[in-house]
Design a protein around this ligand. Structure first.
Ligand SMILES: CNC(=O)c1cccc(C)c1Nc1nc(N2CCN(c3ccccc3Cl)CC2)nc(N2CSC[C@H]2C(=O)NC)n1
Ligand code: NI
Length: 187
């Protein structure tokens, strides 16, 4: 199983590379990697397993964070309500691509954290509020989905990783708490 020891930290050159597209049809290896990335996220959200294996909680993970420079990201966003246990978004995206996005922007009110960054970096990470993403799933099916707010932010954070971009690259140097007038703040 993937643990924090497998996750490379800022300063490692792979985090600044543009990752390579994966070949289709997907190889067994790439399918297995996707499954392991998703399993890590689920484990990281389980209080007992996170404690037992000292995992930091995450809702997204990109292959470059495992020192694998491939365009693969895993997203596991748990349900926010007790009634509906279904996760908000649970998928592995191969060769994800943002096809279009809103002019409207959004930012997490509390700033962003990253499993490859072992320090808090305060400031607003201003991103597109809504995006249309195409990707292949682990069965090789192509999808085109529209995401907004928290889900859109998480997917943009992970797609940044396969392009060698870190969340703090987006934080305004002069004023980390800068955000456009009409930004949507996400709790
Ligand atoms: C510096 N301030 C902060 O970190 C920060 C501080 C407060 C609130 C937010 C909202 C913050 N921000 C932030 N919190 C998260 N989590 C909250 C905890 N959660 C989680 C943890 C444990 C079990 C289950 C779960 Cl669900 C996992 C997800 N995740 C991200 N990001 C940025 S986009 C990719 C995503 C990611 O997975 N990062 C590792 N940012
Ligand atoms: Ni990250």
């Amino acid at each position: 199983m993937i643990t924090m020891d497998d996750i490379i930290r800022e300063g490692h050159p792979t985090l600044r590379e543009v990752a390579k597209e994966v070949d289709l049809p997907l190889s067994e290896e790439d399918i297995e990697l996707g499954k392991r990335m998703q399993e890590f996220l689920k484990n990281s959200q389980d209080p007992e397993l996170a404690e037992k294996y000292q995992l930091r909680g995450g809702v997204g993970l990109a292959a470059p964070q495992l020192n694998i420079s491939k365009r693969i990201i895993a997203i596991e966003i748990p349900s926010q309500s007790e009634e509906n246990p279904e996760p908000l978004l649970s998928t592995v995206m191969y060769n994800p691509k943002i096809l279009s996005h809103s002019v409207q922007q959004a930012a997490l009110e509390e700033g962003e954290g990253c499993l490859s960054v072992d320090r808090p970096v305060p400031g607003y990470v201003v991103r597109n509020a809504r995006i249309t993403v195409s990707y292949y799933d682990m069965n090789g099916e192509q999808h085109k989905i529209r995401l907004k707010h928290y889900m859109a932010i998480v997917v943009q954070h992970e797609i940044d990783h396969i392009n060698g971009i870190m969340f703090y690259d987006h934080i305004n140097k002069e004023n980390p708490n800068y955000a456009p007038e009409d930004v949507i703040f996400i709790q």
